[in-house]
Design a protein around this ligand. Structure first.
Ligand code: MRU
Length: 346
């Protein structure tokens, strides 16, 4: 069985009546799936990062809407108002990844129609969003692997893998496809403070038999200086029309370091991650998470003199990106024209 056919780890599974979510907070020690039957549960799972990663958040929210319709349609004549309230609740779960709003817009468009069987219609839409995301990842994997042809080593940041998507992954999809063609050295930054790299990425790659070397985030410049990597490959949470890309905090630092060391930066993301409504990255809302995610326990008290600043994304300007890989095609040097040409591409 080739890796293309083999199922990667699944962050989300639809059971037919409920959404199973792999609790990523417990990885890699424990593999625990929680089952959700309503939009409240799915919202909680996104807010508390049981599920995370831009495409996975969008897919989970879509199933959350399906669960909302399932719950309210049978119970109330005012089911549409209740579903609308649930959609607003899901939309407030996290601010930066545009896939969330994109997926909810798809669900709203279905609900805006006159429907004989609303549950069947919204579920079909959620399942399509899920399946299309997996297909897009495989397409990006091949396109990105073409670009990496001949590369000796790559580094990735955060987790942009199967765990962050419907399956296969964006940046890790590219790395999976590239690794199938030629053995490349894969380095993963630990990605403080939530340790997506240390807890998720290296674990996910190991599940597929792909060796990976973990580095402290602060070792990245020295790794680049050593000549071990040709490319940094990352995902994105939101890409502006000019090609500026928001991704996990630390991506911008890597991009600046990459320029200094002649290393190239690839952003792999489905077109559902492009926010066509914003011209540049300045307009992207950057999520600030609770300072307690960063602070050592001894400083978590009312009279503490030690606080924390915890932005969890940053924006890399298009001029520092060598390639944006989407399922609709590749944009080389996005600084020149942005990603606008992808809007109507098929
Ligand atoms: O805070 P997270 O873990 O949801 O952040 C995830 C990232 O920044 C990923 O790199 C991005 O969503 C791309 S996932 C394919």
């Amino acid at each position: 069985m080739t890796m293309q056919n083999k199922l990667t780890v699944q962050a989300l599974q639809w059971t037919g009546t409920a959404l199973k979510v792999l609790d990523q907070r417990q990885l890699p020690e424990k593999i625990v799936y929680d089952e959700y039957n309503d939009a409240d549960g799915v919202t909680e799972a996104i807010v508390n990062m049981r599920v995370r990663g831009a495409p996975a958040i969008g897919i989970a929210a879509a199933y959350g809407v399906a669960l909302s319709v399932r719950k309210h349609y049978a119970q109330s004549n005012h089911w549409r108002q209740k579903v609308t309230a649930d959609i607003a609740m899901l939309a407030a779960s996290r601010p930066t990844a545009v896939n969330l709003f994109w997926a909810l817009d798809q669900m709203k468009a279905v609900l805006a129609k006159q429907l004989d069987n609303p549950m069947a219609a919204v579920l079909a839409c959620a399942e399509k969003i899920h399946a299309d995301d997996i297909a897009a990842n495989h397409k990006m994997g091949e396109l990105g692997a073409d670009i990496l042809d001949g590369a000796k080593g790559v580094m990735t940041h955060c987790n942009a893998g199967a765990l962050a998507t419907g399956g296969y992954g964006t940046a890790l999809g590219v790395i999976r496809s590239a690794y199938q063609r030629q053995r490349i050295d894969v380095y993963a930054g630990e990605t403080r403070p939530w340790l997506q790299g240390a807890r998720l990425t290296v674990w996910e790659l190991a599940q597929d038999g792909i060796p990976a070397t973990l580095i402290a985030d602060s070792a990245a410049a020295w790794l680049m200086k050593s000549g071990a990597i040709d490319w940094i490959v990352v995902g994105a949470d939101r890409i502006a029309a000019n090609g500026d890309a928001a991704n996990k905090i630390g991506t911008y630092s890597l991009a600046v370091l990459a320029k200094q060391h002649g290393v190239k930066l690839m952003v792999a993301a489905p077109t559902s991650t492009i926010d066509w409504n914003i011209d540049n990255g300045d307009k992207i809302e950057i999520e600030q998470r609770n300072k307690n995610e960063l602070l050592p326990a001894c400083y978590i008290k009312e009279d503490s003199l030690v606080s924390a600043w915890n932005p969890v994304f940053d924006v890399t300007p298009a001029e520092l990106i060598s390639a944006i890989v989407t399922e609709r095609g590749v944009i080389l040097n996005p600084f020149e024209q942005g990603v606008r040409s992808l809007k109507n591409a098929i």
